[in-house]
Design a protein around this ligand. Structure first.
Ligand code: 5MM
Length: 336
């Protein structure tokens, strides 16, 4: 087994999943504004450090995706953040893209930037303790979108990124996110997501990326948030599994879904059903941002010194998702 494959399996094995705590300062500020906490470096660190020292880090969270600011911060107990995460038994990871910008030639679509100078930045992150990385391409569904141009150029960037990351001995998370915004049907989402993922693998193979040493982070197949027909859990599970079975090469060790705007419970319930019905050999787990942090953030904002209380809320969500990643979650366990 290669070292990268081993790391990927340590991150996602035994029902473990990923905490996506890589909100850029702009996004984190929006989240903190939403709960009336000033977005200072100290407050951003305090909330994140509270989560990173929770007990569920050892048994549920196999990896944490960090943002550049956080990977360089020191905890209140004077530990470097990557060290704190590693000491809890999890792997530190880092978002290395520099964000999605307007795509020249198709102004309503985005292309993710960050390839220039990436090799040098990767060396720095590796030295800081990162074992894996993340890059997110975003695609929106509209009449003519995602266009061939956006599908092609984002896949190309994801592949060049992945090749550089493996060269630096880290596991790349490949995140092609087809957004939930819009009035499209689940069938539209299925078709577009399948096209997007297939193109990504075409490019990954062309760039000689070792597929055993990556993690795929896709969206689940859902109807758009403005669609009149909301997808049932059964439909989400069926279409998501069908899409991945038909578009992901069997060498890929693990798939970790993003939550993409689903509520915490929806994201858990859908993951659970996907795992109950999973007949593939892929590990199907979670790499949630909002669906792991929302209620913890709300609780914390009422008293930012209540570390234990906040950790209790976070531990519950992490435990529920780890059960769901094994198809062992139920509504009864959720409310106990
Ligand atoms: C944690 O949020 C990440 C986005 O940060 P920026 O938009 O500020 O760069 C995001 O990539 C996240 O990792 C994934 O979308 C998964 O998060 P959700 O909330 O969709 O599970």
């Amino acid at each position: 087994m290669s070292e990268l494959n081993k790391i990927a399996l340590e991150i996602l094995g035994n029902g473990k999943g990923i905490l996506a705590a890589d909100e850029s300062t702009g996004t984190m500020t929006k989240r903190l504004d939403g709960v009336n906490v000033p977005s200072t470096p100290e407050n951003r660190l305090l909330f994140r450090e509270t989560l990173f020292s929770s007990s569920s880090m050892s048994n549920c969270i196999g990896g944490v995706i960090l943002y550049d600011e956080t990977i360089k911060q020191i905890s209140s107990k004077k530990k470097k953040i990557p060290e704190l995460i590693a000491d809890m038994g999890s792997h530190p990871g880092i978002k290395v893209d520099t964000g999605a910008k307007v795509l020249a030639g198709s102004s309503k679509e985005k292309i993710t930037e960050g390839l220039d100078g990436l090799r040098v930045r990767l060396k720095e992150y590796y030295k800081l303790g990162a074992k894996f990385t993340k890059w997110r391409g975003v695609y929106n569904i509209a009449k003519d979108n995602p266009s061939k141009l956006s599908i092609h150029s984002n896949a190309h960037a994801l592949a060049r990124y992945s090749a550089l990351v493996q060269e630096s001995n880290m596991v790349p998370i490949v995140e092609p996110e087809v957004l939930m915004e819009g009035d499209h049907s689940a069938k539209d989402c299925y078709q577009k997501t399948s096209e997007v993922i297939k193109k990504c693998f075409e490019e990954l193979i062309l760039h000689k990326v070792d597929l055993k040493g990556i993690i795929l982070k896709p969206n689940m197949i859902l109807a758009g948030d403005k669609s009149k027909n909301k997808s049932s859990n059964e439909e989400v599970s069926e279409l998501t599994l069908k899409c991945l079975k038909n578009s992901v090469p069997s060498e890929v060790p693990g798939i970790a879904f993003l939550s993409g705007g689903q509520s915490e419970i929806e994201a858990t319930e859908n993951l659970n059903l996907i795992n109950k019905n999973n007949t593939t050999n892929f590990i199907m787990s979670y790499s949630y941002g909002r669906a792991l942090q929302q209620s913890a953030l709300k609780f914390w904002s009422k008293n930012i010194k209540d570390i234990e209380g906040t950790q209790k809320v976070f531990n519950h969500r992490a435990n529920m998702n780890t059960l769901a990643a094994q198809g062992k979650w139920s509504k009864e366990i959720e409310s106990h």
